[in-house]
Ligand binder design. Structure first.
Ligand code: FEO
Length: 184
C-alpha cells in the first residue's frame, strides 16, 4: 500500500497523443533520416578514396546533420508520449562511377525525402494532428534548402566535367563550405 501511494505521488504516466499510425510513420522517418546520414557518410568514404578530402568532409558534415534531423523527430515522438522503436539501418551503396554520379544520386535522394515528409504532413492533416503538422513545417522548409543545395552541388560538379584541375578547385571550395557548416 505504501508503494502504491508512492507511485501515485511520483510517477506521472504520460499519455500518448499521437495515433499509432502517426507514431509508426514518424518512427520510419527516424530510420530514413539515420539511413540518409549513413548514405552520405558512405559517399564521404568514396571521396576520401578519390583523394578529394574537401568533398569527403562536406558529406561527413551533412551526415551529422541527418542525425540531427532524426533526433528532432525522436524528440517529438517522446514529447507526445510515444515510444521510439529503432529499426534496422540497411547498408548503403558503397561505390559510385564518378563524383557526378554521387551528385545525381543526392538530388534524387533528397527529392525522395521531400516526398516522405509531404506524406507525413498529409497524414497529420488527415488526423487533425495539428502539433505534428506544425512540427513538420521545419522539415518542409529544410527540404527546400536540401533540394536547392543538392542541385547546386550537381551543377557545380557537372561544370567541372572531366577536368581534374576544376575538381581539385571545387574540392577546396567544399572544404570551406564544410567548415562553415560546422561553425553554424
Ligand atoms: Fe534530412 Fe537531407 O533530409
Amino acid at each position: 500500500m505504501i508503494f502504491f501511494v508512492f507511485k501515485l505521488k511520483f510517477v506521472v504516466v504520460k499519455e500518448m497523443t499521437l495515433s499509432d499510425t502517426m507514431r509508426d510513420s514518424l518512427n520510419d522517418q527516424v530510420k530514413w533520416e539515420l539511413w540518409s546520414g549513413y548514405y552520405y557518410l558512405s559517399m564521404a568514404t568514396y571521396f576520401y578514396e578519390k583523394n578529394l578530402p574537401g568533398f569527403a568532409k562536406y558529406w561527413t558534415v551533412h551526415a551529422a546533420e541527418e542525425q540531427e534531423h532524426a533526433m528532432k523527430i525522436f524528440k517529438h515522438i517522446v514529447e507526445r508520449g510515444g515510444r521510439v522503436t529503432l529499426q534496422t539501418i540497411e547498408q548503403p551503396q558503397t561505390d559510385w562511377n564518378s563524383p557526378l554520379h554521387v551528385a545525381e544520386e543526392v538530388v534524387e535522394h533528397e527529392r525522395k525525402v521531400t516526398g516522405m515528409i509531404n506524406n507525413l504532413v498529409t497524414m497529420a492533416k488527415s488526423e487533425n494532428d495539428y502539433a505534428t503538422e506544425v512540427f513538420l513545417q521545419w522539415f518542409i522548409d529544410e527540404q527546400v534548402e536540401e533540394e536547392e543545395g543538392a542541385e547546386k552541388v550537381y551543377n557545380q560538379v557537372k561544370l567541372a566535367g572531366d577536368s581534374g584541375t576544376a575538381l581539385l578547385m571545387l574540392d577546396i571550395e567544399f572544404a570551406k563550405k564544410a567548415a562553415a557548416k560546422e561553425e553554424d
